[in-house]
Structures are given as structure tokens and as C-alpha cells.
Design a protein around this ligand. Structure first.
Ligand SMILES: Cc1cc2nc3c(=O)[nH]c(=O)nc-3n(C[C@H](O)[C@H](O)[C@H](O)COP(=O)(O)O)c2cc1C
Length: 411
């Protein structure tokens, strides 16, 4: 069976062994919140603070959650009793659900080997997997693990006329990445207090407290022995001989500067022939600008509350962006997704797909290698139940559901 046929086979109902595995895990971890709670006890403190912490006092994270919780869907009854399918088409490719894995740098710090586990789980479930520029596996390795679902996210490396950025995009193209995602919402560097306080600030130094926290997390320690330390494999070819963490961080601090300007987005548009997506949009004017340059997709996002507090929740910014460009571009969202219900809320407000970040890291922290698959299964299971419950027969029908959305932004 070739890769594409194998991936299509993944759209078939899960086999009995998969169902059994899900049922067993579901008893212990029936929601993402259970995974989060377990992850906290299961990984060293620095790993948990890295995966869970936000900017400032985490208010951006809390606002994303509260805003999603406030969105109400008005169910209609008397139409159907079946659980609807969740498959969707994004940029002319069929995926099993309107749900993807958001790009995450350094996930292997949260759980050793995470990059590969995320890629494999996405391929198996046939949902988009976005490899971060700051990933621990190379683009080529990711393409081997996730040939049918790989997207590549790029940060701005402007030195030498974008030599590094253009080369990364060239490699992503050669590896067959379906879409290129340019992140716009990291114009300056900020810090996350929980992360800094846990000891993973630059310059990084292994100290007894940190080593003790690893030694007393046996599952994490075993994963570390099996997979080795987190690396910046994607960027390694551009950073010279030194591969230690501090040299790599120094390299990134020198090279990774600011966020793409519109003129730079246009240059990537010229070179990248497949779907081009910009991530981190909150203002419909920015969405308009991107689409006028030929961008195909928009990810409405506030970076999951990790960059700065005081931004509006992505879900509240979503409807205005959909109204502005939804007919001309594929509008998606991330920031705060913790359930299949949240995904359906995003669909009902006009998104064509939603991505999750932290939920996948909590899954890894709680269950290791099995975590990402359980997170996907949980979210799809909840999504089906929600669609069925509100009377939507398909993902597309979720868009016609009447919504009460008190936080919606008006421009
Ligand atoms: C540990 C971690 C690392 C991240 N690294 C990146 C990155 O390298 N590039 C990027 O565009 N976004 C990055 N993000 C942001 C996510 O892509 C996404 O916008 C965010 O996690 C969505 O919010 P959620 O975590 O509430 O689902 C990262 C998020 C986390 C949690």
C-alpha cells in the first residue's frame, strides 16, 4: 500500500484494538484536564512549567479558556440520532478531522522524544501536524514520519537576506510539506516567569535541583535515556559545529529576529507554490492584508497566551476575521482548545479547523508516547458527541448553528 492509500485507510473506523486501547485510557483520562493533572505529577518541574506556563501571570491562558467556555451553541433536535463523521478538506487535502497539532518548539523538553511521537500520532490519525522551526527533528525526518499530514512553521531569520528562512522553506518543499506557516506574532522576545523560575532560562546550567527533579521522575528519565536530550535539529545545519543547548540558543538569539513584515510575506508568497498560511492574526485588517498578498490561510491565534498578556482571546477575534476574509481564505484558529466541544465552538464561529498545543504536551507528560494519540482520539470523540448533540450531521453544518458569543470583538 502506498502512503496515500495507507493514509486513506486511516479514515476508516478505528480497528477493534484501537477502540479497546481508547476505552482503557478513557477510563483513567476521560478529558484533557485529567491528562494535565497527571502530567504535573509525572514530569520534572521545569518540563511542566515549560509546557504549561504563559506570559506574565498566565492571564492570557485563563482568558482564552474563559472565552471559549462562554460560547454557547443552541442545539436543534428532532433531526438525527447518528454520530456524524468529522473528516474535512483543507487546501484540497482530506484530513480525518478539523483539528491539528500546533507548531511547538522544544516539545522534547516537555517529554523526551516528543517530536517523533507527535508526528507519528498525527500521521496515524491523519490530522495536520505542524513542525516548528525550533523542532527537535529535521524536516526530512518529520516527512518520513508524517508524509501525508506535514505542515512546516517558519520564524523569521532575516540575516543574509533570509538565507536560512528561504533554505528551510526549500527543504520543506522538497520534503513535501503541504503548507508553509509563517508566524507573525513574535515581534519581540518575552519571558515566561514560571519557565525562568524553574531553571531553564539562558544561559542554561544543569544544577542539582534540576537533576534531582529528573531523577525522581522515572517515566521521564527512561524516555530521556531512550531518546536523548532535546535538540534543535531543524536549525542545526545553520549553526556551525557546536550543538550544545547554550550555543544553539545563542545562535537563535542572533539570527531569529522580529516577525515577518508584509513585504517579507510577499517574498515567501513568490517562492512558495503550495498553500501559504500566516499564524498569529487577531485583527481583520491584518487578515485582509495577508489575503491581498495571496496568502491562502489564516490562523487566528494569540500564541496560546505565551507571548504577552492583555491580548483578546483568539476565539473572540475569530468571527471578525471570518467576516473579513472567510470567503477568500481558509480561516483556522488556535489558543485555548481543550476539548472537542471547543473545536466545535470554533467551527460554529466560522473556523475551518482548530489547532491545539498544550493539550498535546499534557498528553505526552501524562502518557508518554501514547499521549498524542489519546489526545486526538479524545478530541475527535468529544467533537462527534457535540456535533451529534447539537443536531449537526457534518462538520460543515456546525457552521449553521446559532451561537451566543458574549465576547465577540467588533471592529
Ligand atoms: C511549548 C510550546 C512551544 C511553542 N512553540 C511555538 C513555535 O515554535 N512556533 C509557533 O508558531 N508557535 C509556537 N507555540 C504556540 C502554538 O503553536 C499555539 O499557538 C498555542 O500553543 C495554542 O494554544 P494552546 O496551547 O492553548 O492550544 C508554542 C506553544 C507551546 C505550548
Amino acid at each position: 500500500m502506498d502512503n496515500r492509500a495507507a493514509a486513506m485507510a486511516n479514515l476508516m473506523p478505528a480497528n477493534p484494538a484501537d477502540k479497546e486501547r481508547f476505552a482503557v485510557l478513557h477510563r483513567r483520562f476521560p478529558t484533557i484536564a485529567y491528562l494535565r493533572r497527571h502530567a504535573r505529577r509525572h514530569v520534572p518541574r521545569f518540563a511542566y512549567e515549560y509546557m504549561d506556563g504563559g506570559a506574565g501571570a498566565d492571564t492570557g491562558i485563563a482568558h482564552n479558556w474563559n472565552a471559549l467556555d462562554a460560547v454557547e451553541l443552541v442545539a436543534r433536535y428532532g433531526v438525527s440520532t447518528a454520530l456524524p463523521p468529522t473528516d474535512v478538506t483543507l487546501f484540497d487535502r482530506r484530513y480525518a478531522a478539523p483539528l491539528g497539532i500546533a507548531p511547538m518548539g522544544g516539545p522534547s523538553m516537555a517529554w523526551p522524544g516528543a517530536d517523533g511521537y507527535l508526528a507519528r500520532a498525527a500521521q496515524r490519525a491523519r490530522v495536520p501536524y505542524t513542525l516548528s522551526t525550533v523542532a527537535g527533528i529535521t524536516i526530512e525526518q518529520a516527512a518520513e514520519l508524517a508524509p501525508d499530514v506535514l505542515w512546516f512553521q517558519l520564524y523569521r531569520f532575516a540575516r543574509n537576506d533570509h538565507q536560512v528562512g528561504f533554505d528551510l522553506a526549500r527543504r520543506a518543499d522538497a520534503a513535501g510539506a503541504h503548507a508553509l506557516v509563517l508566524t507573525l506574532d513574535v515581534p519581540v522576545r518575552t519571558t515566561r516567569p514560571r519557565e525562568v523560575n524553574s531553571g531553564i532560562a539562558y544561559p542554561f546550567r544543569a544544577n542539582p535541583r534540576l537533576l534531582w527533579s529528573i531523577a525522581t521522575s522515572p517515566g521521564y528519565l527512561m524516555a530521556l535515556m531512550r531518546n536523548g536530550r532535546a535538540r534543535f535539529a531543524c536549525l542545526q545545519p545553520y549553526a556551525g559545529d557546536k550543538t550544545d543547548v547554550n550555543s544553539m540558543v545563542r545562535f537563535m538569539q542572533g539570527e531569529l529576529r522580529g516577525a515577518f513584515t508584509w513585504e517579507e510575506v510577499a517574498r515567501f508568497r513568490e517562492r512558495w507554490k503550495r498553500p501559504l498560511v500566516v499564524k498569529g492574526i487577531l485583527h481583520p485588517g491584518d487578515a485582509e492584508q495577508a489575503v491581498s498578498l495571496g496568502v491562502d490561510g489564516i490562523i487566528v491565534s494569540n500564541h496560546g497566551g505565551r507571548q504577552v498578556e492583555g491580548l483578546p482571546p483568539a476565539i473572540d477575534a475569530l468571527p471578525a476575521v471570518v467576516a473579513a476574509v472567510g470567503k477568500r481564505a481558509t480561516v483556522m484558529m488556535d489558543s485555548g482548545i481543550r476539548s472537542g466541544l471547543d473545536v466545535v465552538r470554533a467551527l460554529a464561529l466560522g473556523a475551518e479547523a482548530a489547532f491545539a498545543g498544550k493539550a498535546f504536551l499534557w498528553g505526552l507528560g501524562a502518557l508518554g508516547e501514547e499521549g498524542p494519540t489519546h489526545v486526538i482520539d479524545l478530541l475527535i470523540d468529544e467533537m462527534k458527541a457535540t456535533l451529534g448533540q447539537i443536531g449537526a450531521h457534518t462538520v460543515a453544518e456546525a457552521r449553521g448553528v446559532k451561537v451566543r458569543h458574549p465576547g465577540a470583538l467588533h471592529f
